[in-house]
Write a protein that binds this ligand. Structure first.
Ligand SMILES: NC(=O)c1ccc[n+]([C@@H]2O[C@H](COP(=O)([O-])OP(=O)(O)OC[C@H]3O[C@@H](n4cnc5c(N)ncnc54)[C@H](OP(=O)(O)O)[C@@H]3O)[C@@H](O)[C@H]2O)c1
Length: 328
């Protein structure tokens, strides 16, 4: 099968389109014919091997253990392992792969796969799993957003932010999004009640207070984010602001280390989010999508051979929604 493969860690220049053996599904896995995949900062981490700590977390110390890149996918189930019960061959599914999704075939644990939303194309569905799940867990679990609350989403225009705005609205919140000038109309179109263009204004010391602040951009001081919160409000730290910069500590911004400690001593709840890929959340996202409350935003779709270019584009750090890779 054709796949985007790398033998060593590095920039997108190390990626090659090659013929490789297709993966085989284990007992708890499904084999999927991939129709579309998507790009997210996790792909960048696996490609570059930075932060270095990631290599020690099982990705491969000297070279990537899994050579094929890509995680998000949407496609058709071709085969299922002996212990798989919820999906069957022929089902149209979406989820996250462990074998790499920039490929004609991919495997994924059943616990990371769900039936794809019926009203989405494969390209749209592939744009959902990692970013949609992260946004859902930030809004629902991290912030515990309730109807009528005021929510500030910092980094509202990107992969995670474009879902967070829509999900918080679907939960009945009043949402303010923070983005750059070019993205103001996009963030309003997602349902934001208010938008702060960070090139002109900033989350204001004397401005409104929010019940929840979801910081996806990750490049503002903790003190500023806390000032935007009500005395009992919740701050959820999702991003670290250095996702495409690499280095030893990228992925673990300073505020991410300080926030849980500080949270013990103040009335506000300050928490980090570590998202987990779960079929149950993909099923909840399917409901939100099929009800019309959430629609993936796709900035651009690249053919499989141009996946390195898709990753370079994401790496500029100013994506408008999601970047997708079309397989066939
Ligand atoms: N904790 C977790 O489990 C988890 C899971 C997934 C992702 N993440 C992290 O979440 C972060 C974002 O991921 P993503 O997929 O959304 O990335 P992305 O698609 O590359 O989006 C990045 C967004 O950041 C915005 N941005 C850049 N500088 C900004 C600033 N100063 N203020 C406000 N917005 C700014 C950009 O919008 P503008 O063009 O408007 O600047 C862009 O839309 C990354 O750090 C990623 O590693 C964490």
């Amino acid at each position: 099968m054709k796949a985007i493969v790398q033998d060593v860690y590095g920039s997108a220049d190390v990626l090659e389109l090659r013929d490789v053996d297709p993966p085989q599904a284990g007992d708890d896995e499904v084999l999927v014919q991939v129709r579309a995949a998507a790009v997210d900062p996790g792909v960048w981490i696996l490609m570059t091997g930075q932060p270095y700590l990631a290599r020690l977390m099982g990705f491969g110390v000297r070279r990537p253990k899994v050579a094929v890149r890509g995680r998000d996918f949407a496609g058709v189930v071709m085969a299922t392992g002996a212990r798989v019960t919820r999906v069957k061959p022929g089902d149209e599914v979406y989820g996250t792969s462990e074998s790499g999704s920039y490929a004609e075939y991919a495997t994924a644990p059943e616990r990371q796969v769900a039936v794809k939303p019926g009203n989405l194309s494969f390209e749209q569905a592939a744009a959902v799993p990692v970013s949609g799940t992260t946004a859902l867990q930030a809004v629902r679990d991290g912030a515990g957003v309730q109807a009528g609350q005021r929510v500030l989403v910092v980094g509202a225009a990107g992969g995670v932010g474009s879902y967070a705005v829509q999900i918080a609205k679907a939960f009945g919140a009043s949402v303010t999004g923070v983005c750059s000038t070019d993205k103001v109309d996009l963030v309003r179109s997602l349902g934001a009640d208010d938008v702060i263009d960070y090139t002109r204004d900033e989350v204001d010391r004397d401005g409104p207070r929010y019940d929840a602040v979801i910081d996806i951009a990750g490049n503002r001081p903790l003190s500023l984010l806390r000032r935007a919160l009500t005395p009992k409000g919740t701050l959820v730290l999702v991003g670290n602001g250095r996702q495409y910069g690499g280095g030893v500590t990228a992925g673990f911004g300073r505020q991410m280390l300080r926030a849980p400690l500080l949270s013990i001593f103040v009335g506000q709840r300050l928490r980090n989010l570590i998202a987990k890929e779960r079929a149950e959340d993909l099923a909840e996202l399917r409901q939100l999508i099929e009800s019309g409350a959430v629609t993936p935003v796709i900035e651009r779709t690249y053919p499989l051979g141009d996946a390195p270019e898709a990753i370079r584009h994401l790496g500029i750090g100013h994506a408008a929604g999601k970047i997708v890779v079309s397989i066939r």
